[in-house]
Design a binder for this molecule. Structure first.
Ligand SMILES: NC(=O)C1=CN([C@@H]2O[C@H](COP(=O)(O)OP(=O)(O)OC[C@H]3O[C@@H](n4cnc5c(N)ncnc54)[C@H](O)[C@@H]3O)[C@@H](O)[C@H]2O)[C@H](O)CC1
Ligand SMILES: [K+]
Length: 493
């Protein structure tokens, strides 16, 4: 897959800050000056018409970046007001503030600064946020968020944890976030996506060699990573050589889910798809997907020959947790083929606490992840990276933690963040499609981690493509099918 974007944590940023300062002959203020100037260039590029700029400056060096930007804006002849709850608390921020005031800059009360602003700069906190904003700061953040002017956040939208992507209290909702030196891991998953807005990176003209020896804390995959992932098929290909997927599920009354998984597997290029389900769903399946082979399964012995024949198994969509579902779950647990566990199969797994292996894939949403870990959903969302890694440790499988910015965690590799998808996909059936997508890529012989990433990327990118045509609201799982097929084919040469 195309090389993903490396994302970094705060420790890495601190190391880069030290190396950057050394690169500038020990002049730390030069680094801050570059950051503030990069912020000003972003203003000129995206809001050149802004004439009345309010800059909210915190006490630390993020605030220092804000004072530098404010001085540039002041020098350009624009009306600038700095608003702040505390004076600068670091020597660099103090120097930036002094230079701003010396250039005639104004510090104003909140109401005055915001009254006529047509652009707001958030320089309250960056990577130094260490606790929930206090009441006064929270009120300031809420007042800024309620203001109609566009908002540029410097480095991190204040109140957001740049590594976890969560917030412990009030947090800025920015239209754009300009990150300094390196991309923050936390801004591409969970609630941070809505708080960061458009993401931009200012390298501060530092050499790439500064990154030598620094490990990425995560890898960001976008839809272009799929280009060239699926090879062209040999002309003499035949269906038996393109992967056989078995979809297991569909208890009485819930046949639709397992049919969606089968649909997705076919559209992602599986050569053969079989479905093991209740007798009652067989006619509907055959009517909708004659390409799939339907098997009515009421006893484990009926499943055994199927498990033998296929290359990958997707179990869970509509499986239920009754006797029938448990019987199928136990039979699949006993087989050694690559498996995707979703929905009720995850709930049954949580009760069995069986360990799996590296060729298996779990696809929990945050609630299912909580049940698998025995923690609250809120706890999962507070640190999606930690939760998905904990699942890897506990079950020994690949884990796709679904939600905004799905995370693919694997044994012995940095987490992958799926930078695609949209809220229109928060509807029933989308998870069933994902199960089929991943099983199809597994069945075509790709390594489990690649299959989990590619399957999740196919799914999310198809959701974005379908939403671009007719919007996010009312998006249906079936709308994704043609896009899965387009994305699963090599770019036409
Ligand atoms: N990383 C780089 O290469 C560069 C970083 N720059 C900017 O510096 C900030 C980080 O600055 P730092 O002083 O470490 O912290 P912050 O300014 O983010 O804020 C911490 C500051 O605020 C206090 N604080 C923390 N949490 C709270 C809270 N909840 N309520 C009130 N006060 C709080 C804390 O005590 C500190 O005083 C980085 O993000 C960049 O913007 C360079 O300027 C450019 C290169
Ligand atoms: K900020």
């Amino acid at each position: 897959m195309h090389s993903p974007l490396p994302l970094f944590d705060t420790d890495a940023l601190r190391t880069l800050e030290t190396r950057g300062t050394a690169y500038l002959d020990g002049d730390a203020f030069a680094l801050m000056a570059r950051a503030g100037q990069a912020g000003w260039r972003s203003v000129l590029k995206h809001w050149p018409q802004a004439q009345r700029i309010a800059v909210a400056c915190g006490p630390g060096n993020n605030g220092g970046d804000g004072y530098v930007l404010a001085r540039h804006a002041q020098d350009s002849g624009r009306s600038v007001q700095v608003l702040r709850l505390q004076p600068p608390a670091t020597p660099l921020a103090q120097r930036a503030c002094d230079e701003y005031l010396a250039a005639g800059g104004q510090v104003a009360e909140l109401a005055d600064a915001l009254r006529h602003a047509d652009l707001i700069i958030d320089a309250l906190f960056g990577i130094g946020l260490s606790r929930a904003p206090d009441a006064g700061t929270a009120m300031l953040i809420e007042a800024i968020n309620a203001h109609p002017a566009p908002l540029l956040a410097l480095d991190v939208p204040s109140g957001i944890d740049a590594v976890r992507g969560s917030a412990t209290g009030a947090a800025i909702v920015a239209d754009r976030t300009l990150q300094f030196i390196a991309r923050h891991r936390g801004l591409r998953t969970g609630i941070a996506i809505d708080h960061a807005g458009e993401l931009e990176l200012a390298t501060l003209e530092l050499p790439a060699t500064l990154f030598d020896g620094i490990e990425a804390a995560a890898l960001a995959y976008r839809h272009d990573a799929l280009h060239g992932f699926f090879p062209l098929r040999p002309r003499d290909s035949h269906k038996g050589r393109n992967g056989h997927v078995l979809c297991v599920g569909g208890d009485a009354g819930s046949g639709g889910a397992v049919l969606l998984a089968a649909d997705a597997a076919l559209h992602c290029g599986a050569g053969l798809v079989s479905v093991a389900t209740r007798m009652g769903h067989v006619p509907a399946l055959l009517a909708r997907r004659p390409e799939a082979m339907a098997h009515a399964v009421d006893h484990a012995e009926q499943l055994a020959p199927l498990l033998e024949r296929v290359d990958a198994i997707a179990i869970g969509p509509g499986l239920g947790q009754g006797e029938w579902g448990r019987m199928l779950f136990d039979a699949v647990l006993a087989c050694d083929k690559p498996r995707v566990f979703d929905a009720d199969a995850l709930n049954l797994l949580a009760r069995s606490s069986r360990r799996l292996n590296e060729c298996d894939v779990l696809t929990p949403h945050p609630g299912e992840a909580g049940r698998l870990l025995g923690i609250a959903t809120a706890e999962v969302q507070r640190d999606r990276f930690a939760a998905s890694q904990a699942l890897v440790e506990r079950y020994g499988a690949q884990v796709v933690l679904k939600g905004a910015g799905s995370i693919v965690a694997s044994p012995g590799a940095p987490p992958a963040v799926i930078c695609a998808g949209n809220p229109g996909m928060a509807v029933g059936g989308m998870g069933d499609l994902l199960t089929g997508c991943i099983a199809a890529v597994l069945a075509q012989g790709f390594a489990p981690r690649d299959a989990a990433i590619a399957g999740a990327l196919l799914h999310a990118s198809a959701g974005d493509a379908a939403a671009r045509v007719d919007g996010e609201r009312g998006l249906l799982p079936s709308d994704l099918l043609p896009w899965l097929r387009r994305l699963a084919n090599p770019m036409r040469r």
